[in-house]
Ligand binder design. Structure first.
Ligand code: ME8
Length: 521
């Protein structure tokens, strides 16, 4: 990971419905990563990509069912995606739509390149296809002989018999296995890697990468009866958006290979088998890591577009009700990234009220109130030592170090747990130093130290909280008296730009007001 630019991606989502909290999970994790990496490396050295995957039979059918042209249909939903991402404070550097000219023409060039390298051949395809999953299956993989093996789908597959172009995927088994062994962090988490390895060991088949007479797709160059298979189309977004092969070679050179592709476990095989094989065929370097997280589930069922009504509510409504940051915090705090996680609004409200409202929000409020009451609202110079100082100062030093390692490693939950060790310690420090008592006793030196340490500790907490909760962290930072937005703060400032005595923080206003309402059922 020594390259200059950090490149993180989400999958590009199908715009066959509005985004939901499951789609938001990956996007929020990617945003947190991008914001954190910008602090470490500088804004210009991070590239965060998301977008929409707009071709294919599934989208075409959904549009036709609504009596619309596919483009007209997706335009509306894509606008809803962009609106939701904006209200969740998603800081993507680019948003790629596979219907954009920059993508379509680059995809055709990639296809051409694979052809001229002898990696693609034309033949007859006869096989089974699931439209919902846009996936080819072998008879041995089907459930009850005719249904899609994806447990969330289980629909009847179709027999397809048509001419098509094939990618020589079967040539890549050995190279893929060797690569996965050589780079143990290429597929994460470990358990998923093992699944991929055993799948490859069963032997890979060549992959049909075109559809005949399917209108809604990118044409095969020179053979317009065929459109390019939607998964090849989609995977190539990671390259076409950054200028490959011809649009912007400089940009491409700066950004590729990706540091991490984030996605859920259901699309890991595409990313950990087909995608690296295509890259090998193009003689391009492979991404450092493909990370497959688990599913957000409700009552054991995957939150998905089709059970949006019964399961998770409309995301836009949830953002209005709880605020973007409480959703962001909850999703990354509640579960272990890599495993399935139960989503519940009750649990979200509990964490909001106790961890954000009580632990963090009240800490800031109380501290600012004491500063105004005892020190005229001006940050004092630290004076005499208090008994619990050493313990707190030690944690103020070690917590950021631990937090950084965990977040670099995509251990979101552990990073937040570490951060909360410091939040809890700061709250205990208030109780143990009892500034109100020091005031009564006239121990000005000790009182100044206590308030200074609290403010400096909170400053560090706020900087670390920023990638998770950018809006609230900025509000807290302003309350501490800072005008610079956290977007412009570098990680090292945790250690080398302490709170300045003489600063005049504002009066605290609640950043995480208590959520009283029971969630609507
Ligand atoms: O698969 N829990 O698009 P898609 C966690 N277009 N993550 C979830 C989730 C849940 N319940 N539901 C959705 C596609 N996701 C293709 C991708 S990429 C080259 C092409 C997230 O709209 C998760 O990131 O079905 C999953 O991988 C993605 O949405 C699938 O989105």
């Amino acid at each position: 990971m020594s390259r200059e630019c950090f490149y993180v991606t989400t999958p590009i989502y199908y715009p066959n419905n509005v985004p939901h909290v499951g789609t938001a999970y990956t996007t929020i994790a990617a945003d947190c990563t991008a914001r954190f990496q910008r602090m470490l490396r500088g804004k210009d050295n991070v590239f965060f990509l998301t977008g929409t995957d707009e071709h294919g039979q599934k989208i075409e059918q959904a549009a036709r069912e609504k009596g619309q042209e596919p483009k007209q249909y997706v335009d509306k939903i894509v606008a809803a995606f962009q609106e939701v991402w904006a209200s969740l404070n998603i800081s993507n550097n680019d948003f790629i739509r596979t219907t954009e000219e920059r993508h379509e023409s680059a995809l055709q060039k990639i296809f051409q390149e694979l052809l001229s390298r002898g990696q693609i051949y034309k033949s007859e395809y006869e096989g089974l296809y699931c439209i919902q999953c846009e996936t080819f299956w072998l008879p041995s993989q089907l459930v009850d002989g005719s249904r899609c093996p994806n447990s969330e789908c289980n629909r009847e597959v179709q027999l397809l018999k048509e001419e098509g172009y094939f990618f020589k995927l079967s040539d890549y088994s050995e190279r893929l296995l060797k690569y996965i062994e050589e780079y143990p962090y290429f597929i994460r988490p470990e358990s998923r890697k093992n699944e991929v390895v055993s799948f490859i060991k069963q032997g890979l088949q060549d992959l049909c990468i075109t559809r005949k007479k399917l209108e809604w797709g990118v044409r095969v160059p020179g053979d317009p009866e065929f459109t390019i298979y939607v998964w090849l189309d989609a995977l190539c977004n990671y390259l076409t958006s950054i200028g490959y092969p011809e649009r912007d070679p400089e940009l491409f050179k700066k950004i590729w290979p990706a540091n991490v592709h984030l996605l859920a476990k259901d699309i890991l095989r595409f990313h950990a088998i087909i995608w690296p094989a295509m890259l090998m065929a193009l003689e391009l370097p492979l991404p450092d890591c493909v990370f497959a997280h688990g599913w957000l589930v409700m009552g054991g069922y995957k939150v998905s577009k089709s059970n949006l009504k019964g399961g998770a509510r409309n995301l836009r409504e949830m953002i209005e009700e709880y605020g973007a940051d409480s959703i962001r915090y909850f999703l990354l705090r509640e579960g272990t990234f890599g495993q399935d996680m139960e989503f519940s609004e009750e649990a979200l409200i509990r964490r909001h009220n106790s961890e954000l409202g009580n632990d963090l929000g009240n800490l800031l409020n109380r501290t600012l109130a004491m500063l105004h009451k005892y020190c005229g609202g001006i940050v004092p110079e630290a004076g005499d030592k208090n008994e619990p100082d050493d313990e707190l100062l030690e944690m103020m030093k070690t917590v950021p170090e631990k937090f950084k390692i965990r977040l670099e490693n995509l251990e979101f939950r552990l990073a937040l747990e570490t951060l909360w060790d410091l939040v809890v310690q700061l709250n205990q420090y208030v109780e143990r130093t009892a500034p109100w008592q020091l005031k009564k006793e006239g121990a000005a030196g000790k009182l100044n130290t206590a308030l200074y340490n609290l403010l400096e500790g909170i400053r560090r907490v706020v900087i670390m909280a920023y990638p998770f909760m950018p809006g609230s962290a900025n509000r807290m930072f302003r309350q501490l008296g800072y005008e610079t937005p956290l977007e412009d703060i570098r990680w090292d400032e945790i250690y080398n730009n302490f709170m300045k005595p003489g600063t005049k923080p504002g009066k605290g206003e609640p950043v995480f007001p208590k959520i009283e309402a029971e969630p609507a059922v």
